[in-house]
Design a protein around this ligand. Sequence first.
Ligand SMILES: [Zn+2]
Ligand SMILES: [Zn+2]
Length: 268
Amino acid sequence: MVVEVRGFFGVYLLYCTNPRYQGRVYVGFTVNPERRIDQHNAGKRHGGAWKTSGRGPWEMVLIVHGFPSDVAALRFEWAWQHPHSSRRLTHVTRRTSRERQFDFHLRVLAHMLRAAPWCRLPLTIRWLKQEYCRDFPAGLEPPLHMPVAFGQVRAVKEAKGVKPALSEKQVATSQHCCICLKTFQDGDDDTPLHCFHPGCAMAAHIICLSQVFLEKEPHQLLPIEGQCPGCKNIVLWGDLIRHHKGCYGNLEPVLTSSQEHWANELQQ
Ligand SMILES: [Zn+2]
Ligand SMILES: [Zn+2]
């Protein structure tokens, strides 16, 4: 089962399986993880980074996705690569000689997900390779609105000017924003957000709904949660965004035991 996501911006962790370079890791940004790992393993003549070229094979172990833009993802990539240069991560201690690169990068990531501004983003942390999956360090678990997911992901192109085909559910929902009451136009920058609760017809501009959700926290840019103006359920902003981008239905609750999760996954 491959999850398809529209508007994909991801930051990934590669792990080197070549015995000569074993234990090396690499952090990178991509809009297309499937193509990117092929490029890394094909070497720099085929678009791979020089740091990974000729040292493969590499495995893409983990990817963080759900960034609102390429710029946001690239900033995250830079800070993950250079934690001791980032003013957001001054509390992260340096790697000890006994700490493996992989463990260090996981520890840095754990701190990043809990630090501003990233702690407010509707991110998904996705393990792509079962054998590398592990729990986050105790006390450094990701914020509750960020699901930990498992399995492959595919970026789906959002063709300019072409609207994604409307599902039956979307056809049945409102044609105007429930907040500003304007009718959705073909020329709108963004397709409207819809509530994922069954039977709820709420539709709103992303910007309109985020302003409503932020009424109690006007100093923030990104909401965490709020009440759906349609069905009145409390919804996580991240869930609305993930639903919007197409990967909501495949999220699993976070389990304490990753083994248990993979056991379930393999049975399906
Ligand atoms: Zn609106
Ligand atoms: Zn609703």
